[in-house]
Design a protein around this ligand. Structure first.
Ligand code: FPP
Length: 170
């Protein structure tokens, strides 16, 4: 969960947006480290439904950062066998949606690391959509059936591992 970018920016560069730019550099470092540590799934909460309440200047800046990041980096992510998956409702501009769809499609067969990019994502709206589909299909409500309609269906439930010599599961 990305947090504190804005505050860091104000404190150090007198600008929230400068904090977002620096935050994206940190994301790149985290991607590199995830590959090194052989982590399989990395979920980044990039833009929540609440973030729409932020000043327009900041919202535009964030979407520009995202767009430039994908334009400049998707080829490299693909070469590194990284899969990009967007979770959340795609009510963005047509231009951004096309770029998101293209990026997902291009990397869909990649297997080293899956990056889930949460954009306009909310777990409750994900559940509502799943139940709507279940209702449409007149399907019974079971764990497997609900999972079938979740956007996060192929993402395993988190496991926190602490490596202290012995590997312990929390
Ligand atoms: C968290 O700090 C930052 C965000 C919610 C926005 C992050 C989004 C980007 C950097 C756009 C591109 C993203 C990717 C991954 C390609 P905050 O703004 O909540 O900081 P604050 O808590 O100090 O207000």
């Amino acid at each position: 969960i990305m947090d504190g970018n804005g505050r860091w920016g104000v404190k150090n560069k007198n600008s929230r947006n400068a904090g977002h730019k620096a935050g994206l550099n940190t994301v790149e470092k985290i991607i590199k480290e995830s590959l090194k540590q052989k982590i399989k799934f990395l979920t980044l909460y990039a833009f929540s439904t609440e973030n729409w309440k932020r000043p327009k200047r900041e919202v535009n800046y964030l979407f520009n950062l995202l767009e430039n990041f994908l334009r400049n980096r998707i080829e490299e992510l693909h070469k590194q066998n990284i899969r990009l998956k967007i979770i959340g409702t795609k009510n963005n501009s047509k231009k951004l949606n096309n770029l998101l769809n293209l990026s997902e499609k291009k990397t869909s067969k990649n297997t080293k690391l899956q990056i889930n990019l949460a954009l306009n994502y909310g777990s409750k709206s994900e559940l509502i959509n799943a139940f709507k589909k279940l209702k449409q299909e007149n399907d019974t409500i079971t764990e497997q059936k609900v999972e079938k309609y979740l956007e996060t269906k192929n993402i395993p439930d988190p496991e926190i591992l602490i490596r202290t010599g012995n590997t312990k599961r929390l």
